[in-house]
Design a binder for this molecule. Structure first.
Ligand SMILES: Cc1cc2nc3c(=O)[nH]c(=O)nc-3n(C[C@H](O)[C@H](O)[C@H](O)COP(=O)(O)OP(=O)(O)OC[C@H]3O[C@@H](n4cnc5c(N)ncnc54)[C@H](O)[C@@H]3O)c2cc1C
Length: 469
């Protein structure tokens, strides 16, 4: 079905009017639509929940919205921990569906009540638990797709024989397999040398050629069977249109609990994150003072702030999962003692019935900061920049110096466990000066991220060199 209404925005600051938007009724209709738009040489942008932060789900051609009708859970095999879904299935809906069997789809974004599987695969979404579960890529078994010539196929784990057959197909699909295979065969080593270090879990988007070379046969003879599905994860709708996907599910943690380390500075909090990882946390989230204070203005949230002691400049919210309630308590006590010995001035263990209140405070605080009724707003410009977790402290200091130089206030929060801090500078985008500032920050920050990663690689090589001496 074609419509002339506008899906010109997502959760980014951009605004691009599409030529048309279309909401296909089913997979057949989607295929037909994609084929006819390809024949018309119209660029296609796929859209699921539209919660992307970088303008990935908006475009000036045809925007195809799968959120209305491609919302079916097609087949569920709890015994295999597998489910087949269409791209418009919402994360929370899927998780509610499989919950009775003690299962869930592991990646868990803050937008889980509206973000959809197609978009999660497009962005290779992660969420708060990526240090524990990894990214969407690790939980997608196969994808049924429409390719750029309108043909359809399934990307799934292949035996050596089937891969050989695919490489010899005289079709568009065959040429895709040959292109990727030859690229990896000829340039695999350079790809590994030049891609971000694998310790950076949150290098979400882009074509994961390094993953294929590092973890898949025949390049890694002991690796997983060759599969192009990991390449679709993170490709942001640029390689193929997803009609349906088979996902792996994980078991729900039997016991889980939060502990909140309070710190006098963000620096003190960030410095200890690498050591905290040795305790195998399920997540470590940073909340800064601005966010904590944001919730103060909200009457309802004042009661939810009961767990905050004193006036912390930063809090690390650490969540632990465990199979045993007793072991979990022992681990929490050990965490508490360790945190208090490492610059935390307080580290309350949160009663499980109150966990939601901790997240409510963060949500409300961020909501206040993002929704300020001033011309300057905390905008998404440096979203999801990730650095090696050991370098997060240096990176944070560099960003602070940049913001001081540009005289910009900034909000910091995020997934500290994986070296990812959301950094939201306050900018007035209605002015030419604000737009210039936006661009300067984006460019200067991307250099900082790259330098931090390069420096970290150099340090790791030096450390290895020293170890061998
Ligand atoms: C407040 C906030 C918090 C967030 N927190 C997180 C977080 O914790 N972790 C995280 O990873 N992300 C986060 N995000 C980003 C975003 O919410 C997630 O990446 C989300 O999973 C995107 O899903 P969506 O359905 O909205 O996708 P969309 O924005 O609609 O699309 C995402 C990409 O997928 C492509 N796509 C969609 N459908 C298809 C299809 N059928 N075929 C091919 N390509 C397709 C789109 O073209 C686009 O490139 C956050 C965003 C906001 C606004």
């Amino acid at each position: 079905m074609m419509m002339r209404f506008n899906l010109a925005n997502d959760a980014s600051v951009y605004d691009v009017s599409p030529l048309f938007t279309a909401t296909p009724f089913d997979q057949w209709n989607l295929t037909h639509l994609v084929k006819s738009e390809l024949l018309n040489h119209r660029p296609i942008t796929m859209r699921a929940g539209g919660t992307s932060l970088g303008g990935q789900s908006i475009g000036s051609g045809v925007v195809i919205d799968v959120s209305k009708h491609l919302t079916n859970i097609l087949d569920y095999r709890p015994e295999d921990k597998e489910v087949d879904v269409e791209p418009g299935v919402i994360q929370d809906d899927l998780n509610n569906y499989v919950k009775a069997d003690g299962l869930r789809f592991a990646p868990d974004t803050s937008t889980s009540n509206r973000a959809m599987i197609g978009g999660m695969i497009g962005n290779n979404s992660c969420g708060s638990y990526s240090v524990y579960y990894g990214t969407t890529r690790e939980h997608v078994k196969s994808v049924d797709v429409i390719l750029a010539d309108g043909s359809e196929t399934t990307f799934e784990p292949l035996t050596a024989k089937v891969l050989h057959d695919k490489l010899n197909l005289q079709t568009f699909e065959g040429s895709l397999y040959r292109t990727v295979f030859n690229l990896l065969e000829r340039h695999g080593k350079q790809i590994l040398e030049n891609f971000p270090h694998p310790s950076i879990k949150r290098r979400n988007t882009g074509y994961a050629l390094d993953e294929l070379y590092r973890h898949h046969q025949p390049f890694n003879p002991l690796g997983k069977p060759f599969n192009l599905a990991p390449l679709i994860c993170g490709s942001e709708g640029t390689l193929a249109v997803i009609k349906q996907a088979t996902l792996n599910l994980v078991e729900l943690p039997k016991h889980r609990q939060l502990i909140c380390g309070h710190f006098e500075s963000v620096e003190a909090a960030l410095k200890i994150v690498p050591s905290l990882l040795e305790f195998n946390p399920a997540s470590i989230e940073l909340i800064d003072k601005a966010t904590l204070d944001g919730a103060k203005a909200n009457r309802q949230q004042q009661q939810n702030r009961f767990w905050i002691e004193g006036d912390p400049q930063a809090v690390l919210v650490i969540e632990l999962f465990d199979e045993s309630a007793e072991v979990l308590q022992t681990r929490l006590q050990a965490h508490q003692a360790w945190l208090l010995g490492h610059q935390a001035y307080s580290a309350p263990i949160i009663d499980t019935k109150d966990s939601a209140k901790v997240w409510e405070v963060r949500k409300a605080g961020l909501g206040m900061l993002m929704g300020k009724v001033t011309r300057k707003k905390a905008v998404a410009v440096i979203e999801d920049a990730a650095v090696p977790v050991h370098s997060m402290f240096d990176y944070y200091q560099d960003v602070q110096a940049l913001m001081a130089e540009l005289q910009v206030n900034c909000v910091y929060y995020g997934h500290a466990s994986v070296g990812l801090i959301h950094i939201r500078p306050e900018i007035d985008l209605a002015t030419a000066e604000g737009k210039r500032l936006f661009q300067t920050i984006a460019e200067r920050n991307s250099k900082l991220v790259k330098n931090t990663a390069v420096l970290c690689q150099v340090n790791m090589v030096m450390a290895e060199f020293a170890r061998r001496l």
